[in-house]
Design a protein around this ligand. Structure first.
Ligand code: FCB
Length: 454
């Protein structure tokens, strides 16, 4: 009898987190501050002036959290390393106690049969480096490669999946263009420079890995398919601009050796001329690509809207999350197929996918979250559809393992498969977490395929 399972036996079933969002204790054991520590401590920057000082206290509770991963049946876990725990000033002096935390974490994961995927940079640049210009400083690529090398030497014997950067687009758009994320700059001229140095930093780390590492390294980008509101010339070219800005900005240089032409139009006089040699360097071969997918955008031409002259058209009939992101599972299939056809048949992971909803605990202490459960089911089905269409998808990481510090939204938006009561630090697996565990256990059979399952 043929095996009825829908996903392959070696598929990675994971959940993702990042250091600043869950760890807490940002200055413990000799760690230096990061830009996120400083940003969150600047009044008015984060919802209700919340900070990552305690977060999920994962720094102290990681063993309990790994126990929960086991309970969900995860065979993979994606986390990030806080650069300034390892190098308090971002470069130079090593802090062995900071590095020791990640060694213990990795060992504990492996003891439980959970494969670590380690992200070197999930937005928490050491504050000391920001004072030297951060990603605007051309030396940032070397700083990053030096830091990466320390991690490769310490952990490549145990970590087989490495990620250089998480979502460089968000770092630049939120941190250097719009000023809504750390380090809080709002500067059209700064943004393309920061983007370019992030790409150089990514490449420098990949190059260092080829010399030091023996496993696999890739990049994680957030992608958001763009669809024209109307088939007019104006909306179609607005859609191309929006697509270039988010989807092709980082992948074109990494895989095709140059920036999309629309960027010069978007940035106008702020678009620099970059050295040709940089593009050969940025195009380092990768072992895989990680795609973070949350939503799509329907785009219209919007004169005067800085800087893209585009706007999203809200699809009022569709379900929206607590962040007002449209739930659109088909977009996941579309974007995975687009990546495979534009950039070639490389191994892909869905490195983040999830939803914030309002789902308070019930009187009996349980957390019923039907909208998140449906989101998960429909996106896993969409992933499967992409695989059937020929996409080489190797794993899925739900965002997030735990409710956590959602950047400028503080603790007000909950993405977890596991509810966290921040006052007591009590964790409760939500119904969506149980649903995910069943999908993992049955390799997808409980997802149903007829549109009526779940
Ligand atoms: C992504 C981030 C992640 C989390 C989710 C909701 O852009 O990588 O840290 O904030 O969005």
């Amino acid at each position: 009898m043929s095996n009825p399972a829908l996903f392959p036996a070696d598929f990675l079933w994971g959940a993702a987190t990042s250091a600043y969002q869950i760890e807490g204790a940002p200055l413990a054991d000799g760690a230096g501050p990061s830009v996120w520590h400083e940003f969150a401590h600047t009044p008015g920057r984060v919802h209700a002036n919340e900070t990552g000082d305690v977060a999920c206290d994962h720094y102290h509770r990681y063993r309990e959290d790994i126990g929960l991963m086991r309970e969900l049946g995860l065979n993979a876990y994606r986390f990030s390393v806080s650069w300034s725990r390892v190098l308090p000033e971002g470069r130079g002096r090593l802090n062995p106690r900071g590095l020791g935390f990640y060694e213990r974490l990795v060992d504990a994961l492996l003891e439980h049969g959970i494969q670590p995927m380690l992200t070197l940079y999930h937005w928490d640049l050491p504050a000391a480096l920001d004072r030297l210009g951060g990603w605007l400083n051309p030396d940032s690529a070397d700083w990053f490669a030096d830091y990466a090398r320390i991690l490769f030497r310490a952990l490549d014997d145990r970590v087989k999946l490495w990620v250089t950067l998480n979502e460089p687009w968000v770092v630049v758009d939120g941190g250097y263009l719009r000023g809504v994320l750390a380090p809080g700059q709002r500067n059209l001229h700064a943004a393309p420079i920061a983007a370019h140095h992030l790409l150089r930093a990514h490449a420098a780390a990949v190059q260092a890995y080829r010399a030091e590492g023996r496993h696999r390294i890739g990049l994680v980008v957030n992608l958001e398919p763009k669809y024209p509101a109307q088939e007019t010339a104006e909306d179609l070219s607005a859609t191309l601009r929006a697509d270039a800005y988010i989807n092709r900005y980082y992948l074109d240089p990494v895989f095709l050796g140059g920036y999309p032409p629309e960027l010069a139009e978007i940035f106008g006089p702020a678009w620099p001329r970059f050295p040709d040699a940089d593009f050969d360097f940025i195009r380092q071969p990768l072992d895989f690509l990680g795609v973070n997918y949350y939503s799509r955008q329907v785009v219209r031409h919007a004169p005067g809207v800085w800087p893209l002259e585009t706007a999203g058209v809200r699809q009022d009939r569709q379900t929206h999350t607590a962040l007002d992101w449209e739930v659109y599972p088909q977009g996941l299939t579309d974007i995975l197929e687009w990546v495979a056809s534009r950039y070639g048949p490389l191994p892909l992971y869905i490195t983040e996918n999830g939803a914030a909803f309002y789902d308070p605990p019930q009187a009996d202490g349980g957390v019923d979250d039907p909208l998140r459960q449906r989101y998960l089911r429909d996106h896993l089905r969409a992933a499967l559809a992409a695989m059937r269409g020929g996409v080489d998808l190797r794993g899925y990481f739900a965002w997030s393992l735990l409710d956590n510090f959602e950047w400028a939204h503080g603790y007000s938006k909950r993405f977890g498969l596991i509810h966290v009561d921040y006052a007591s630090q009590r964790r409760t697996i939500k119904a969506s977490g149980r649903f995910y565990a069943e999908a993992i256990r049955t390799r997808g059979i409980t997802l149903g395929e007829d549109g009526n399952g779940g």
